[in-house]
Write a protein that binds this ligand. Structure first.
Ligand code: ATP
Ligand code: MG
Length: 347
């Protein structure tokens, strides 16, 4: 199986290197790695943040291991040449519509959560967020009202096929976990949300084994802080998911701990830490590689059909933390490579 590694900018290469070491240790010679240019690094070397050769590599691959993009040197470039465009371009070109973000607190890091330890300990959920539609992609613009006031507008819309395909990812994700799916909308006031709810309910006939519930987004924001342990899998649209997934990540400790996956309809996926390129600490060996290592576990689980290997990586991360492995963001002094060493030793 072919893995496209796209390390990108800043700490991207440092953290990706550690994830590749761990993947190789767990899978032997099952995987072939081919590296591509992306982001500011690609702009500097090839004049474009997402060169054709990188797109071709991504299309040929079974999965993509992505570091981070973002480079202060590129701040003055036109929008279409900026490093961040690479990730949007990849999502679009490969039809990556389902963003999965697990939020789980490793017990060893209880003091790092924004929540009380006993509340934080109960978090073990996945947010499934739609990433190809909603208000971000609808008609938008600005105009003048009849009495001359400036007015901006963004149209929110989803069609039933778009809702059904993300809902299916939600049901399947729940089936592979604790069997509970909570669909989050604002069906009391939004037509988009009423359609969303109707389609989710229709699809639930195919998933009688899944315990489905519905929640309004405002209540969900409250419940995520009050009692996050009630959630297993959450499925929601692009806008609500954007907000709720950042909220959930703060419940779980350091930004350096959280992985993500973005999948298309053939389960090809792009796997990346939720953090960015962190130019402030790049090249200093201070970056925590665990978010990227945990992303590689998601890759094994969701794109490569290797759940046991994924479990092994997650268990090794827990064991390394229990043994005291701490990078600076976790209050310790270990380097990026030493954190990788600790996970390898635990394996
Ligand atoms: P970008 O625009 O690339 O997303 P950003 O500044 O918005 O960059 P991050 O790059 O995620 O956001 O960095 C936010 C803060 O978190 C920075 O202070 C950074 O050093 C820190 N940080 C991010 N990732 C890590 C990591 N893996 N280990 C330690 N600290 C990190
Ligand atoms: Mg950022």
């Amino acid at each position: 199986m072919l893995i496209a590694t796209l390390p990108g900018d800043g700490i991207g290469p440092e953290v990706t290197e550690q994830a590749v070491r761990v993947l190789k240790a767990v899978t032997g010679d099952l995987l072939t790695f081919e590296q591509g240019l992306v982001g500011g690094a690609a702009y500097k070397a090839a004049g474009h943040p997402l060169p054709e050769a990188t797109l071709d590599l991504a299309r040929r691959s079974d999965a993509i291991l992505f570091g981070a993009v973002g480079d202060p040197d590129c701040d003055a470039l036109e929008r279409h040449l900026r490093p961040e465009q690479a990730i949007l371009g990849l999502r679009k070109a490969l039809g990556l519509f389902a963003n999965l973000r697990p939020a789980k607190l490793f017990p060893e890091l209880a003091d790092a959560s924004a929540l009380r330890p006993e509340v934080a300990a109960s978090i073990d959920l996945v947010i499934v967020r739609e990433t190809n539609g909603d208000v971000y992609f609808g008609e938008k613009g600005h105009r003048k009202t009849a009495d001359g006031l400036r007015e901006g507008y963004d149209v929110m819309s989803y069609n039933e096929a778009e809702v059904a395909r993300i809902a299916r990812v939600g049901f399947e994700t729940a089936r592979a976990r604790r069997g509970k799916l909570c669909s989050i909308d604002k069906a009391n006031v939004l037509e988009t949300s009423q359609l969303w709810r109707d389609v989710v309910i229709e699809l639930s006939a195919e998933y009688p084994d899944i315990e489905l519930s519905h929640m309004y987004v405002d209540n969900a924001a409250m419940q995520l802080v009050r009692n996050p342990g009630q959630f297993d899998v959450i499925v929601t649209g692009n806008l609500f998911g954007d907000i709720l997934s950042d909220q959930a990540s703060m419940c779980a400790g350091s930004i350096g701990m959280l992985p993500s996956a973005t999948l298309n309809s053939s389960n090809q996926g792009l796997y990346e830490p939720i953090h960015g390129s962190a130019p402030d600490i790049a090249g200093q060996g201070k970056a925590n590689p665990l978010a990227t290592i945990l992303s590689s576990a998601m890759m094994l689980r969701y794109s490569l059909g290797k759940p046991d290997e994924a479990d092994r990586i997650e268990a090794a991360v827990a064991k390394a933390l229990a043994g005291g492995a701490r990078s600076p963001d976790l209050g310790g002094t270990m380097t990026t490579a030493q954190m990788g060493d600790a996970v390898l030793a635990a394996l």
